[in-house]
Design a protein around this ligand. Structure first.
Ligand code: GLC
Length: 428
């Protein structure tokens, strides 16, 4: 069924999910503030309330730790509808937070907000956020760059934001779940089990939370000893892009020293990323640092190199060939996993479905790199999915059906930020 006036609906969703300065991804399944969700949400608010857009990110950074770490969840209020809640994480922080992070989209969102508004009006917000963003990026460089080549390590699948991607299956098999104990999942009481991670996945997630807690959330030790240590292609590409955007902000503020450091980090990552190129597969893939193995999987994140600003003719050609092949097997781009892979599951979370936020990052990158046809295809598919199904958490790439939670903040935000103009240009 085609949605009527999606723009109005999208605004209503953001306003309804606003809890006063921060926005929940979805009132039932995710009742707290999530890190990268808030970055996307701020872009959605920017379409109709720029002040509120800045507020979303300022509130997010109120949950930052002294060492620059920015948690993946801020538990502003307790809510029994979510597991694992603050008592399970046990980070002992005020406000209460989780102990892991998420892909650093925030600096890129801040740059977008800054460049679209009246620069004299929002200078104060930028001055406040710049050092906080920088501290978070420095934290990545200090604690999450084990090879010293500018790539990004994750120590929990949730840190990738692509929770149950098959990219984590092999690395996760090392996690000992024998002492996890019993716990009650809440997600499957809101959403059908077939669309969510399995019990084994959850046991592993919980075991890693218990591991981090047993080390008092000492991130340096966790980074050295965690049974799950993977260099994530998604976080790596997003961080590279975020460093470029932060550099533009440093230049705007005349922070020469910080700008020099950012340029250095960018150059290091540009060279280091070759470690993630899998020439046999012809794509960028995540890589397990314990075994040294590439996942050898083509996922939605493999196409983030364009967004990261990487340009390499030979590699780009091979990536575009994958995109063409994947497009021929699906009705809508971009599935989160290559449909030719045996683990592909069109409705299970990050094992196949299309996610509007990844489409936005990939589509934007393709357009910026001059791959207009593909960028437009990703954008118009995103438009069609949302318009036909509504603001769902994710979508089946074969049928276009909306799956997971409905009335999702980040899907609404992507509509407002990226698809609404498209709607106008088509005269829809
Ligand atoms: C799920 C997603 C994650 C997102 C969160 C809130 O855990 O995998 O990326 O941040 O939900 O929407």
């Amino acid at each position: 069924m085609t949605q009527k006036m999606p723009g109005r609906r999208a605004r209503e969703i953001l306003v309804r999910n606003d809890r006063g300065g921060y926005t929940v991804p979805n009132g039932r399944v995710y009742p707290f503030q999530w890190n990268w969700d808030s970055a996307f949400v701020s872009l959605g608010f920017a379409a109709f309330d720029l002040e509120r857009a800045w507020r979303e990110l300022l509130t997010l950074f109120d949950g930052q730790w002294e060492d620059g770490f920015l948690p993946h969840i801020i538990f502003w209020k307790d809510d029994a509808g979510y597991f694992p809640g603050p008592a399970v994480w046990g980070t002992g922080r005020t406000p209460q937070t989780s102990g892991i992070t998420q892909p650093p989209v925030a600096a890129s969102a801040v740059r977008d907000l800054w460049e679209r508004g009246d620069r004299t009006v929002f200078r104060e917000q930028l001055e406040e956020l710049f050092p906080k963003l920088l501290a978070w990026h420095k934290w990545f460089a200090r604690v999450r760059d084990p090879l010293g080549n500018g790539l990004a390590l994750i120590v929990h699948p949730w840190e990738s934001g692509r929770d149950n991607s098959p990219e984590w299956d092999a690395a996760s098999s090392r996690i000992d779940t024998s002492r996890v104990g019993s716990y009650e999942r809440r997600d499957t009481s809101h959403i059908d089990q077939s669309m969510r991670p399995t019990k084994l996945d959850y046991d592993r997630y919980v075991a890693l939370v218990q591991y981090g807690r047993s080390l008092g959330w000492d991130h340096e030790r966790i980074g050295r000893g965690s049974p799950f240590r993977v260099v994530d292609i998604g976080t790596t590409m997003i961080l590279l892009r975020a460093n470029r955007d932060l550099l533009a902000l440093a230049e705007a503020l005349g922070r020469d020293e910080e700008a020099a450091e950012l340029r250095h980090n960018i150059a290091r990552a540009e060279a280091g990323v070759a470690w993630l190129w899998n020439d046999r597969v012809g794509a960028y893939c995540s890589r397990d640092i314990i075994s040294g193995e590439s996942t050898s999987m083509v996922t939605g994140a493999s196409f983030l190199s364009f967004y990261a600003g990487l340009r390499n003719e030979a590699r780009d050609r091979r990536l575009l060939a994958h995109l063409e092949r994947i497009a021929s097997r699906t009705k809508y781009l971009l599935p989160s996993l290559d449909p030719a892979h045996p683990a592909f599951d069109s409705i299970r979370y990050w094992r196949g479905p299309v996610w509007a936020v990844i489409n936005y990052l990939v589509g934007r990158g393709l357009l910026e790199a001059g791959h207009k046809l593909w960028g437009e295809k990703v954008r118009s598919d995103t438009h069609a999915l949302i318009q036909q199904a509504g603001m769902y958490e994710y979508f089946c790439p074969l049928t276009g059906k909306g799956v997971g939670g409905d009335d999702f903040s980040w899907t609404a935000a992507i509509w407002l930020h990226w698809c609404a103009d498209h709607e106008l240009s088509r005269g829809a």
